[in-house]
Design a protein around this ligand. Sequence first.
Ligand code: ATP
Ligand code: TZP
Ligand code: MG
Ligand code: MG
Length: 261
Amino acid sequence: MDRVRRKNPLIHCITNDVVTNFTANGLLAVGAAPVMTANHEEVAEMAQTADGLLLNTGTLTPYQHEAMRIAGRAANEHQTPVVLDPVAVGATSYRTRVVREIFDEVKVDAIRGNGGEIAALIGMQADMHGVEGKSDMLPETLAKEAANVLETVVCVTGEVDAVSDGERTFLIKNGHAWLSRVVGTGCLLGAIVSAYIVSKENNEDTVRTATDALAQYGLAAEDAFACSKTYGIGTFQQHFLDALGLLNDDHSYGKTNVQEV
Ligand code: ATP
Ligand code: TZP
Ligand code: MG
Ligand code: MG
């Protein structure tokens, strides 16, 4: 977290209409700089100058699909790390086809999705309910399997999160159930994973840095719940942004619950 604040990375987000404002505010809260554009005339230039590119398929259209292809190619050419949030893959055949096409065309540094989305992406049984999704597999088994199949770092989120690069796998038990009652918390997390991995030092690996992002994000939710539990989820959302803004590595020391499995 402290590195993100020092670097102030520019994260170019091609994301969905539902979460744009929340994602921009959440990135600002952790010390990153958001920019949202899907305009074909400028996405290549933006992806080249940004520190990180987020591709989120929440309200995917043919226009956005093309924007993701252009931006993804430009990012790959300029070594800009790319994070994919395959929102609702598996919910419709269009989305499943297009997300797989994007993945095949763009080299992706990390993927973040709920259990159903990650299972659907690798062709396994998924229980999709619009943007919500579950898998019967344990998150650690699913994350490792998907990381091996997709050859990238995979973050599976839910009650317990798991992150794997196929060799090392971490379980994260921070967070609060109210996160799933506020729209956009999964999407913001994808953007924050991008901010963390583009701010890491050269000797740190993506799997460990993404794990830190998920753990500290979960801790912010725990802090927010402590301040808002007598009110409700509207207040929780505001306190969650506050808690993200107050997060730092000293505060989270000893409070994150991460184990390598
Ligand atoms: P959303 O639930 O907002 O649609 P999503 O399904 O894409 O988003 P989630 O899997 O819900 O993403 O993860 C978003 C965040 O919420 C993660 O940090 C995850 O750890 C946390 N989370 C989700 N459900 C729970 C839960 N029951 N207990 C604790 N944390 C949770
Ligand atoms: N519909 C299309 S995108 C979206 C909805 C409700 C937001 C999903 O965001 P999250 O982070 O998965 O709640
Ligand atoms: Mg969810
Ligand atoms: Mg989601």
